[in-house]
Design a binder for this molecule. Sequence first.
Ligand SMILES: C[S@@+](CC[C@H](N)C(=O)[O-])C[C@H]1O[C@@H](n2cnc3c(N)ncnc32)[C@H](O)[C@@H]1O
Length: 265
Amino acid sequence: MTRDSDLDKKITAKKQLSQEEVLKKRAENIKSMFASIVRVYDFLNSVLSLNRDKSWRKFAVKVSGTRSNMKILDVCTGTGDLAISFSILLNGSGLVIGSDYCHDMLRYGIPKIKKKHLEDKIKFVEADTLKLPFHDNTFEISAVGFGIRNVTDLMAGIKEMERVVMPNGKVIILEFSQPTNVFFRCIYFFYFKKILPLIGKLISQSKFDAYSYLPNSVLAFPGKLELKRKMEECGLVDVKIFERSLGIVTIHIGKKPSESSDLTS
Ligand SMILES: C[S@@+](CC[C@H](N)C(=O)[O-])C[C@H]1O[C@@H](n2cnc3c(N)ncnc32)[C@H](O)[C@@H]1O
């Protein structure tokens, strides 16, 4: 199965398009898909993950090495939950920028930030992860939660995240993965492929079938070690892997080399 194959079929069926045009159309479709589920996005995250999603983000933030006064970027921030978790750990210091190309997702995040009185500490920016509007070496951490899987060029997305972090800064990827235990995997896949899309479709009423896209995109996403290799290919070093919930989600943390090690290597 290729990544986003159903979306691509719909696109290419209409007319013969160049690879670049296919990726552009796919990105537009993904953006529209998220806009179509925004009303129920947070609710369904809680329901479908049996309320584990918050603790997954909290754990990612806990192992991120976040310290006071850091400037942190959360790309594909959606309605801002990972950005909020970072900001809570910063405890009134530093700044978190949440970026996303879907205006509606960001719009839903604003009242959440206000409710937590974090409007001075979290800023939302409408931006494509493949073209971040920030200078090189701006942030101590750039992170992404359940977002990089949707970016149409994975390597380019990781490279952008790496570009905007300072030397010795960290790139953090929190993403769904496939459980390693065979017995648990069978049960989980039954839920993930059969039950979750049904509940998602019923509640979201999304014409994009967003909750079938979810398992398909996770199954097509690189495995844990492959993702680690890809992060290394993008120039990151010391890539560490943390699994949660028997491998349903994985956190990869890579470091941008210091400038001196760049010169010596
Ligand atoms: C599954 S949501 C994750 C939201 C949030 N990070 C969370 O933890 O719930 C994926 C988000 O990625 C965004 N996204 C996908 N591709 C993107 C891109 N190329 N640039 C910016 N945002 C993108 C979507 O708009 C969506 O809000």
